[in-house]
Write a protein that binds this ligand. Structure first.
Ligand SMILES: *Cc1c(COP(=O)(O)O)cnc(C)c1O
Length: 369
């Protein structure tokens, strides 16, 4: 119940044990085709270039940036958490001139402030994180593409924690480039990064003046393996692709709406339960991210001690904070197969028991009475 990897469904674990075929084998090509169909549905897109990048979510992030950035390009990055920072770092490494729009951690951006930032100068691309896993905030995306496109820029969205967990409509919302990761709400092991690229972004890619800075993540090469050519580029991680197909089939069988609703309902159960324990949530109710909840650690409570007791006595893993939130918050994941009411109830009971044993905190002493 941390920020990923989440628990993996038994059917997915079994798929990982299947004997291997070659990456150009007819059966594997068939699997690739089926995977792409299901991936498009998960992203709610018709984008032909919708593929799993070999690597974790950060490889998806890097592919999403390096294919569209050339040295000297201006990019605007919205930063309200750890992963926004990473977008800045990576963009700068590919030679972009990075402008930041900052917001305090735990908050989200308004369309108005983004519009002002976009108006300051021309940008080639704007990047924003949909679900900030470092803060538990969900960025609203509706209406954003119109602003970005009106300024002639591409809209790039980090959907690592939101794909398969909260409503996400790539085409309807006009998102040009989006990437995710296998180990969050898709409930797979880490190792693949679903990526989707729309027509506007493909034109930008086709019109580059120099080759992509990363050979491994170059979509003109990777895309021809996943496209009609099936040309060898790198050996696809066969077992992870088996796992992805099964994970996407589970998503499709459950239904996208039902999957979103499960994440929402279990998150609400968790939020109510945490508040009943006297704990304070970090993010305003209307901007909470159901797959990842952040909660303030009560004054006087030992962060590490509580997390170690949860792990050792209850086999529950939750995470601490990153950056400015280190030592100040806990991060509780309800992602993919881990998003179950039984998990929520067990965690709440474990916290209540641990809190009852803790003499240091006023908030938590109240629970004992
Ligand atoms: C987890 C995460 C990433 C990075 O993914 P890795 O699999 O750790 O490389 C990027 N962005 C967000 C929002 C994430 O939650």
């Amino acid at each position: 119940m941390g920020p990923g990897p989440s628990n993996v469904h038994p059917d997915v674990l079994r798929a990982l044990a299947h004997p291997l075929v070659g990456h150009l084998d007819g059966q594997f090509i068939e699997l690739m085709r089926n995977t792409q169909v299901l991936l498009r549905s998960a992203f709610q897109t018709e984008n032909e270039l919708t593929i799993p990048i070999s690597g974790t979510g950060s490889a998806g992030m890097e592919a999403a940036l390096c294919n569209f950035i050339e040295p000297g390009d201006r990019v605007l990055i919205c930063v309200n958490g750890y992963f926004g920072e990473r977008l800045c770092t990576m963009s700068a490494r590919y030679g972009a001139e990075v402008s930041r729009l900052d917001r305090p951690w735990g908050e989200v951006f308004t369309l108005e402030e983004i519009w002002h930032a976009l108006a300051a100068q021309p940008f080639k691309l704007m990047a924003i994180v949909h679900g900030e896993t470092s803060t538990g905030a969900l960025q609203p995306l509706e209406g954003l593409a119109e602003l970005v496109h009106a300024r002639g820029a591409l809209l790039l969205v980090d959907c690592v924690t939101t794909l398969g967990g909260v409503p996400l409509y790539i085409d309807r919302w006009g998102i040009d480039i989006a990437y995710s990761g296998s180990q969050k709400c898709l409930g797979l092991p880490p190792g693949l990064a679903p990526l989707t690229v729309g027509p506007r972004a493909r034109t930008v890619l086709a019109n580059r003046s120099r080759p992509v800075g990363s050979w491994y993540l170059d979509l003109t090469l990777v895309g021809s393996y996943w496209g009609n050519e099936r040309a060898y580029h790198h050996t696809a991680p066969i077992s992870m692709n088996y796992a992805l197909l099964v994970g996407l089939e589970l998503l499709s069988a459950e239904g996208l709406q039902a999957r979103w609703e499960r994440h929402r309902a279990n998150a609400h159960l968790l939020w109510q339960g945490l508040q009943a324990l006297g704990l304070e949530l970090v993010v305003a109710p209307e901007h909470r991210l159901s797959p990842l909840t952040t909660v303030h650690i009560p004054a006087g409570v030992n962060d590490l001690n509580v997390r170690q007791r949860l792990l050792n006595e209850y086999q529950i893993e939750i995470a601490g904070g990153l950056g400015p939130f280190a030592g100040k918050i806990w991060r509780i994941g309800l992602m993919g197969h881990s998003s179950q009411s039984a998990n929520v109830e067990l965690l709440l009971q474990a916290l209540q028991y641990i809190a009852g044993c803790n003499e240091t905190s006023g908030v938590w002493r109240r629970i004992r009475q």
